[in-house]
Design a protein around this ligand. Sequence first.
Ligand SMILES: NC(=O)c1ccc[n+]([C@@H]2O[C@H](COP(=O)([O-])OP(=O)(O)OC[C@H]3O[C@@H](n4cnc5c(N)ncnc54)[C@H](OP(=O)(O)O)[C@@H]3O)[C@@H](O)[C@H]2O)c1
Length: 164
Amino acid sequence: MPKLLHLIVACAENRVMGRGGRLPWRIPEDTTFFHDQTAGQIVVLGRVCYETWPRVALDGRRPIVITRNRSLANDRVRVAASLADALTIAETLPGDIYICGGARIYAETLALDRPMRLHLTLVHADVEGDTFFPEWRHLTWREITRRTGADANFRYTFFELARE
Ligand SMILES: NC(=O)c1ccc[n+]([C@@H]2O[C@H](COP(=O)([O-])OP(=O)(O)OC[C@H]3O[C@@H](n4cnc5c(N)ncnc54)[C@H](OP(=O)(O)O)[C@@H]3O)[C@@H](O)[C@H]2O)c1
């Protein structure tokens, strides 16, 4: 049995999740949630995400970076040429698989016909940006948990959704 896939993302109501290679907001509660959830796990991420998260290998994470640039590999960071390659490597490692984006990696994962969990922080605002989480609402999800939060700037909801 292949491992269950976990996607983790924070996106706005208009699906914006990035701007200029960065997050379009600073939401400390979501940052903490993301770090806690992925600590000790396998994290699959694109090259841009990797470049903006140099400490990805801390806290026991096992990063697999999807890129054509094999020279990014080092003793703590594995490199894969495609999502399929990354998932093959991930099966050989201990821990759960967390898909951390970007956009194409999320889209290819959502298109897979296999069980997955979506850890979605939905930010209740329309936000300006240039990178979008793919449409997920037309797919059939079972809600596992939901928890609301807020700070001075945003209201948001943490969802855990499942596709069997
Ligand atoms: N809010 C959130 O939860 C969240 C999550 C993730 C990302 N983001 C935001 O999204 C932006 C980054 O995402 P992005 O989509 O622009 O970039 P990305 O996926 O991190 O990086 C793009 C690069 O990764 C490689 N790549 C990605 N998908 C691939 C695939 N399927 N097959 C082969 N190679 C692939 C290619 O690298 P090479 O060019 O090196 O070959 C590509 O140029 C940032 O603004 C970031 O803050 C936000």
